[in-house]
Design a protein around this ligand. Structure first.
Ligand code: UDP
Ligand code: MG
Length: 314
């Protein structure tokens, strides 16, 4: 009998956990020929999330939990989940029911009968999301599509069902700065995409502020393409050409018409402008350097404080 591990990252989700549990057990009833494991990851919640998990674990032995020593972020929670999961298949699901559990039977059918290694989901609408957030999200995916060779799909969710082999390869990517939407694509294999309409949160509110998302998107860009570095170099070449042309122009003009001293305001503007460009490029460089620096420290991705799982993380 196949076993599916459902990985559920939770950060301050005490209201959403019971609702989620209710929904997922209902789905599990339609998958009777399967063994299930519900692996809740408590990502350093400050509310009663852990208590909820423990209560569920007491009455249902399929419920497992891993509790972090502090908030490490959803990426770390997903990594922890994958490394503790021991099912033949693993799925990642948000606890707020924005990843509909009803899709799971279809995903399982596809992965077992149609020779896929991974069944992933993407939202085709962003209904209910603040328009400005949707706007920037679309720009980000557009940019990533142009800059990076790795396939990063617009509207892709972290909700996906993976085979053991896929998970094992994913776990080998033990980088500290994680951007799963890119990592999933990077490992390759055959992925089937299921589409669905956006669902609004069941309870509680989103943990992603605009600022957090912006930083996450920079993580994505720096993690999956070095194109900004090339862009900085091109910008340098471009300004050299412009400067050289301007020098020639000024020399010729001075030879023909003499050199009245004027134009210092425009000179100041040019200097400030170039200073800005230089700082911008240094910022790009710094961003890559900082990521390299963090990576070389080889710090653990998460720290587990307590769990009811007896085996070690892979
Ligand atoms: N989450 C987490 N750690 C964090 C932030 C979020 O584990 O630091 C979890 C959260 O509990 C939820 C999932 O990640 O299960 C998605 O978060 P959310 O619904 O807030 O994001 P959105 O759906 O708005 O993008
Ligand atoms: Mg959500």
């Amino acid at each position: 009998m196949d076993k599916i591990s459902i990985i559920i990252p939770c950060y301050n989700e005490q209201e959403a956990i019971p609702i989620f549990y209710h929904a997922i057990t209902k789905t599990a009833e339609s998958l009777l020929d399967l063994q299930m494991e519900f692996l809740f990851i408590n990502d350093g919640s400050t509310d009663g999330s852990l208590k909820e998990m423990k209560q569920l674990a007491e009455k249902d032995e399929r419920v497992k939990y891993v509790s972090f020593s502090r908030n490490f972020g959803k990426e770390a929670a997903m990594y922890a989940g994958l490394s503790y999961a021991d099912g033949d298949y693993a799925a990642i699901m948000d606890v707020d029911l924005q990843d509909p559990p009803e899709l799971l039977p279809e995903m399982y059918r596809l992965i077992t009968t149609e020779d896929y290694d991974c069944v992933a989901t993407r939202r085709v609408t962003r209904k209910g999301e603040p328009p400005i957030r949707s706007f920037f999200a679309r720009r980000f995916y557009g940019l990533m599509h142009k800059l990076s060779k790795t396939d990063i799909v617009d509207g892709a969710r972290d909700y996906r069902l993976m085979t053991r082999q896929f998970v094992r390869e994913l776990l080998r990517l033990g980088e500290y700065n994680r951007f799963s939407k890119g990592l999933f694509g990077w490992v390759g294999f055959r992925t089937k995409w299921l589409e669905y309409e956006n669902v609004e949160r069941s309870a509680g509110e989103t943990k992603w502020s605009f600022w957090k998302l912006l930083i996450y998107s920079i993580e994505g860009i720096v993690g999956f393409t070095t194109a900004p570095l090339v862009m900085a170099a091109f910008l340098g070449v471009f300004f050299c050409v412009v400067a050289f042309t301007a020098i020639c122009f000024i020399i010729i003009r001075t030879a023909l018409y003499g050199d009245p001293v004027s134009g210092w305001p425009s000179m100041t503007c040019i200097i400030v402008f170039l200073g800005g460009i230089q700082l911008f490029c240094m910022g790009i460089l710094g961003e890559y350097l900082a990521k390299t620096y963090m990576e070389t420290k080889r710090r653990p991705i998460f720290i587990c404080k307590e769990t009811n799982i007896s085996h070690d993380a892979e």
